[in-house]
Design a protein around this ligand. Sequence first.
Ligand code: FMN
Length: 355
Amino acid sequence: MKMTRTSSRKQQHINISLNQDVAFRTKSSGFDRWDFLHNALPELNLSDVDPSTIFLEKKIALPFIISGMTGGYAKAEQINRQLAEVCVQKNIALGVGSQRQASENGQYHRSFSVVRETAPGIPIFGNIGAAEVAHLRDPSPILRLIDLIQADGFAVHLNPLQELLQPEGDTNFYGVLNGIEFLVNSIHVPIIVKEVGAGISADVARRLIDVGVKIIDIAGAGGTSWAGIEIVRRKIGNGVVKKEVKSSNAEMFWDWGIPTVDALKSVCHLKSESPSLKVIASGGISNGIDCAKSFAMGADFAGSALPILQALARGGTKAVVRLIDQWEWELKSAMFLTGSRSLHDLQKQILCTRV
Ligand SMILES: Cc1cc2nc3c(=O)[nH]c(=O)nc-3n(C[C@H](O)[C@H](O)[C@H](O)COP(=O)(O)O)c2cc1C
């Protein structure tokens, strides 16, 4: 069977992310603007610090999520298997990349199902793009995607910037919120709504909460630039040209988006009126202290995509486990130095702006 356009696009995204610099250029995720108030009297033994939590009704040892990246082409099977192996070893959660290809045909179903085969006990969530849910009137296509990986949750990614710059992108975003509401009411697992690196504002989060969404991954700006990935892809050339967008115009959007910290703080603020809201901090999280700071800003979990993929490409599963070990140590150390025995304690800590 011939590779479909969706398969080859997913493969290009991985190759470009690994071989080109697609980071934000002039904007940071914002964690460097904040410091913890050091606690010289923590009244705690480091060995008693416990960063475990519950995600999608399953206990995980650390509040870490490997954000959805791939699936839907041959090589993705190995990547997803390896990521699932890491998640088993570290007992953390995993998202798969967009399952759009799997809804087109069964050619690469294994590139998704391999995650559940490899990791029967960890929280795993499915993924589809906004454009796919906009006019959904029947939940069965999504239920099949959930079934494929026995998902504990299902993520809808909002990616208007990416669709804008993607040569074959779909820029009709009418009806997306209705589609999300339909999913919330017709799917038996929690719906997670995420961005892909341009951030979710408080206003967007409020509209999502109003239709019943309880988990939001703010996926802010400062890490991987999706505009950057699509700009590089357009330069490499892929046979599809969207004539109305010139490359020089596209470049203007490389750094578009709400810095992770700003999105995170404003969305977490809504917890006072919506206490059941769970927030995932992601977008440029680059160490365990960033994770710790995101908790002090109100997050419940922290996600990372490209740094994980880069470690995997560098040194396989061992390198990813090493990276997560390092983040674990940094997170636990920050908890110790702020007198936080649990993540709940960490969420109450004070951050000061750096001058
Ligand atoms: C190679 C690659 C592929 C991705 N594919 C998807 C995807 O299919 N669906 C999705 O929701 N997000 C996707 N993302 C976005 C990530 O989940 C994440 O939101 C974003 O990269 C920001 O996190 P980071 O700065 O840690 O990379 C992808 C990211 C990368 C690097």
